[in-house]
Design a protein around this ligand. Structure first.
Ligand code: AN0
Ligand code: CP
Length: 317
């Protein structure tokens, strides 16, 4: 695997899970595979989990790791082609990417949607340029429209906690004070649609996600019906995708906050969120502090998904 930006890059969810269980059995057995190999992690946006878990994964594989925060000390990078560079960006990615690639063997990139232009965000321009110009294996650490390492860890977590063969998994929109990308929700839908789980997406009118991600999933505007009998409640905020509302917050309706009354409708569902999470906006203290919350274990599985992906990339070097 030389590119990992979406589910199909790793084959199938079943294949991804096999690789994950192998990492879990003995995380240190491939220490020699990464010897004298360097991972470069490039962040255009902030991170806690992705930064630490991916670095830990690379260290488990015996690699060296370099981390670059583009917005903290690096030159601001221009990505538009053919522009007169008379603005605030002193360097173009046309040079910066090959230069960065010359210092490493594998590249991880985090570059969020800017939520200004749907066309630009959904063209995945930044990560595509890294794939095209670096000549190195490239994986996404959340691109404009997907967060595959997160969804991979999410599926690992559901497999570990599920009590029935075909659990009912509910992705619910929840309120948030800032406009967030659709990436986590898109990617979660993409992965869950490729499992046998019963999958329901619930959100207020106007927060519809792109059809390419939701595919055949059942969309339920009435959260009560979505929560009924659920085994997993996966909360996430996202800004509007459709029409002229792209990137906008339509409202912050706290009747969508995940609370104990809603959880009581479920079949003892586990609560999941990718984190960072805003307490008492997305989810009440009571729910996230309860036994049913598995957010910390979910985050711990980010090491496993990252390690499985980097290991497949190391094998191609
Ligand atoms: C980001 C998002 O919603 O895409 C990252 C989540 C992993 N969240 C925030 O910026 C709060
Ligand atoms: N879930 C996740 O990707 O977290 P960070 O933004 O902290 O990396």
């Amino acid at each position: 695997m030389r590119v990992f930006t979406k589910m199909s890059d790793i084959g199938t969810v079943a294949n991804a899970l096999d690789l994950a269980w192998d990492v879990k059995i003995n995380p240190f057995k491939d220490k020699e595979l990464g010897r004298d190999k360097t991972l470069l992690m490039i962040f255009f946006n902030s991170s806690l989990r992705t930064r630490l878990s991916t670095q830990k994964a690379a260290m488990n594989l015996g690699m060296n790791v370099i981390v670059l925060d583009i917005n903290q000390g690096a030159w601001k990078l221009e990505s538009e082609l053919g522009v007169v560079m008379d603005g605030d960006k002193p360097e173009h990615i046309l040079e910066a990417i090959p230069v960065m690639a010359s210092y490493c063997d594998i590249i991880g990139v985090r570059s969020f949607a800017n939520l200004m232009s749907r066309e630009q965000d959904y063209s995945e321009e930044i990560i595509s340029q890294f794939i095209r110009l670096s000549g190195k294996p490239v994986f996404s650490m959340e691109s404009a429209i997907r967060h595959p390492l997160q969804s991979y860890a999410d599926v690992i977590t559901i497999e570990e906690y599920k009590k029935v063969q075909r659990p009912k998994v509910v992705l619910t929109w929840a309120p948030h004070p800032r406009a967030l990308p659709q990436a986590v929700a898109n990617s979660f839908a993409e992965w869950i649609n490729n499992t046998e789980y019963e999958f329901v997406i619930t959100h207020p009118q106007g927060y519809e996600l792109a059809d390419e991600f939701t595919a055949n999933a059942r969309v339920e505007y009435d959260w009560k019906r979505a929560y009924e009998g659920a085994h997993f409640i996966y909360a996430k905020n996202w800004s509007a995708y459709t029409g002229n509302n792209y990137g906008k917050i339509l409202h912050m309706d706290r009747s969508w906050t995940v609370d104990s009354e809603k959880m009581a409708l479920t079949d003892n569902a586990f609560f999941m969120h990718c984190l960072p999470v805003r307490r008492n906006m997305i989810v009440t203290d009571e729910v996230i502090d309860s036994e049913s919350s598995i957010v910390v274990h979910q985050a711990s599985n980010r090491v496993v998904s990252a390690q499985a992906v980097i290991r497949e990339m190391l094998k191609t070097l």
